[in-house]
Write a protein that binds this ligand. Structure first.
Ligand code: HSE
Length: 439
């Protein structure tokens, strides 16, 4: 096997994931070559920190601080893009494709925003752009959706696809602490980045949900149409009440295919605690997929970290190695469906989403208040599934009312909330959290 010409990899970025990929490729070289049919070897690395890069790779390959040298290197067969961001990464990936190189990337942001142009360019040039590491790190969800479930009409996918926020939510629930306190602790421990915006505001999860929706339903990537809400406004009290009602709150990325369009949304949601996915805690990821033939399937594992993400990067390298000599028209299509068979399904506005709700409000504790509220719900044709009344610790003479609704349109819930908030007996604005039964 070692006498066979190796596949030469040009690595853009040898930070956490790049370093992990380099290490695992070296450690499992023999096993990987037995699978791929040829050795896979890093032949050149580009990194801003050239000294660090050199110390990691020794004399085993060339090192440069100019990534354009890598994408222009005639000896490189596959470019692995691990620098992240949009601007330089987009230019480098497009240049690599122009130069006829296959690309493996973990860059969800890049693909969620510019995937359509990147895949079109790759299709035209007959090269592969592989992105298993872009969604749920080491969990092979792209492979499962694109290949393993190819017989199915995918009905929906819902996932915990951001480990940072899942870690924060787990800590908030277990320790009863507020968001800000847990975030600071997570940053101190290195679980959350110094600038955690992409994670805590749901943007990272929305990038991944956008890619899931595209390959699940055969639609173009449309990040700009996703509804995105993070966990920053989530209060410890709602996590507690949800627990008392038998639910856990998770940040979910949801892609649902309906007759009239696609729901693409990221937001915190109550999930029944008896579901396996509700018990995914800490920084772990999990994606539930419902196919019409198979029913429910669940994919679980580490969504970040050096070697878990490298696992996905290298799986892509093995795929690329095997498929490189196949006629491009016979390869697995980038978005699972043949490029000329993508559908133009509309992404529905959030007001049209169909889901159940958790509603919390504080009311004056006097006769007739509940009747007023339930009348409004009935008038908006929203059916109440469960109700809880609690006395708040501080505000005497008031009561917290928590309602769980059956599934309705979001705009119905919004109309009911508007009318409830207008009642003189209601003290504050209504807290609304979506609830997904995931069955
Ligand atoms: N920051 C992400 C997470 C991993 O917390 O899951 C990379 O997308």
């Amino acid at each position: 096997m070692n006498s066979i010409h190796p596949v030469n990899v040009g690595l853009l970025g040898i930070g956490t994931v790049g370093g992990g990929a380099y290490t695992v490729l070296a450690r499992n070289a023999e096993e990987i070559a037995r699978r791929a049919g040829r050795p896979i070897k890093v032949s050149i690395v580009a990194d801003r920190d050239i000294k660090r890069a050199r110390s990691l790779v020794g004399c085993s390959c060339q090192v440069t601080d100019d990534p354009f040298v890598v994408v222009g290197d005639p000896a490189v067969d596959v470019v692995v893009e691990l620098i992240g961001g949009y601007t330089a990464a987009r230019e480098l990936v497009m240049r690599a494709i122009e130069n006829g190189k296959h690309v493996v990337t973990a860059n969800k942001a890049l693909l969620a925003l510019y995937g359509n142009e990147i895949f079109a360019a790759a299709q035209q040039k007959g090269v592969i752009v592989a992105f298993e590491a872009a969604v749920a790190g080491g969990v092979p969800i792209i492979k499962a959706l694109r290949e393993g479930l190819a017989a199915n009409r995918i009905e929906w996918a819902a996932g915990i696809i951001n480990g940072t926020t899942n870690f924060i939510l787990s800590e908030m629930r277990e320790k009863g602490l507020p968001f800000a306190e847990v975030l600071s602790e997570a940053q101190r421990l290195g679980y959350a980045e110094a600038d955690p915006t992409f994670d805590i505001e749901g943007i990272d999860a929305a990038h991944k949900a956008t890619l899931i929706a595209a390959i699940a339903f055969g639609i173009p990537v449309q990040f700009d149409k996703a509804h995105v809400e993070g966990i920053t406004k989530l209060e410890a009290i709602d996590i507690r009440y949800a627990g008392q009602l038998g639910y856990r709150i998770k940040l979910l990325g949801i892609a649902k295919c309906r007759q009239d369009g696609v729901e693409l949304r990221v937001h915190p949601a109550l999930v029944p605690e008896k579901r396996l996915i509700a018990n995914v805690e800490g920084a772990m990821n999990a994606v539930l997929v419902k196919g019409d033939a198979i029913g429910l399937t669940l994919y679980y594992g580490k969504g970040a970290g050096a070697e878990p993400t490298a696992s996905a990067v290298i799986a892509d390298l093995v795929d690329v190695t095997r498929a490189a000599t196949i006629d491009p028209d016979n390869r697995v299509p980038h978005l699972a469906f043949q490029a000329d068979q993508l559908r133009d399904l509309v992404i529905l506005p959030i007001e049209e989403a169909e889901t159940a709700f958790y509603l919390r409000l504080t009311v004056e504790d006097k006769p007739g208040v509940l009747a007023d509220i339930t009348r409004i719900m009935a008038n908006e044709e929203i059916s109440i599934d469960a109700m809880l009344q609690k006395e708040p610790e501080e505000d005497e003479g008031t009561a917290d009312i928590i309602m769980l609704t059956h599934v309705c349109r979001e705009k119905q819930a919004n109309a009911a909330i508007g009318r409830i908030e207008a009642l003189s007996s209601v003290r504050n604005s209504v807290t609304k959290i979506r609830l997904e039964n995931l069955q």
